[in-house]
Ligand binder design. Structure first.
Ligand SMILES: [Mn+2]
Length: 235
């Protein structure tokens, strides 16, 4: 589904069709190890699930470049064993397909460099596609030129809880609204383990997102996209 001119939602990724660039964010690889250290035992299915989903999207879109818009791995202060293994597995999977991989630095990525350097992958703080600027979204950029019309961010992990009969289900969603005089698109986390921030109930994280009332919500469920209209009409 096209969310904005030239930008399509494909699963939990955003697809810049003309430029053949696929955008994903907030993989938080190694999150399972972090949970396990806290005594929460969960099966390690995260990477496999991520690669399976990515494989489907890549086969469908055939991108040239893949942008990882921040938070490739989870732990801030160090590189955990699982983060090494999982991050390299992901990069190798993408590089083997002949894709150019570019990492946009997120707030969980202060020490991403040794991983990226191992595979010669570029790290940037932002990426420009025509008049579309892609940043992680944890902080506002110092300068934004007037020529930029659209911003794409991650970081927020947007999701929404919807009532279905007697139970509530949480779905990941894309958001589209305005930030200053520009179009803003927030992309959900690509990690299946991270359900996301309930935008109706929880405090918002990104300084780009303040009042979401006028934002449009696009829910992703089992790879399908549904336009749910404006948030103010949902709550
Ligand atoms: Mn983040």
């Amino acid at each position: 589904m096209e969310i904005s001119a030239g930008l399509e939602i494909v699963g939990l990724a955003l697809w810049a069709k003309e430029q053949e660039i696929l955008i994903i964010n907030d993989l938080h690889l190694g999150y399972e190890e972090v949970l396990q250290r806290k005594g929460i035992l969960i099966p390690k299915f995260q990477v496999k699930e991520i690669l399976d989903r990515l494989d489907k999207i890549i086969k469908k879109t055939k991108p040239k470049i893949i942008l990882i818009n921040g938070d490739l791995k989870h732990e801030f202060a160090t590189v955990l064993k699982q983060e090494w293994t999982d991050s390299l597995r992901l990069l190798d999977f993408l590089l083997k397909k002949g894709l150019e991989v570019i990492i946009i630095k997120g707030n969980h990525d202060p020490i991403i460099k040794p991983i990226a350097e191992k595979r010669n992958v570029k790290i940037v703080t932002e990426y420009l596609i025509g008049d579309v600027l892609i940043v992680h979204g944890d902080e506002l950029p110092k300068t934004i030129t007037t020529s930029i019309k659209t911003l794409i961010i991650g970081h927020e992990h947007p999701a929404i809880t919807i009532r279905e009969g007697s139970k509530w289900e949480r779905y990941k969603c894309f958001l589209k609204g305005r930030w200053k005089n520009k179009t803003l698109i927030a992309v959900p986390s690509f990690n299946p383990l991270l359900e996301g921030t309930d935008i109706l109930k929880e405090k918002l994280l990104s300084p780009f997102l303040d009042n979401l009332a006028e934002f449009k919500v696009f829910i992703v469920s089992k790879g399908e996209v549904f336009d749910f209209g404006k948030l103010k009409d949902l709550s």
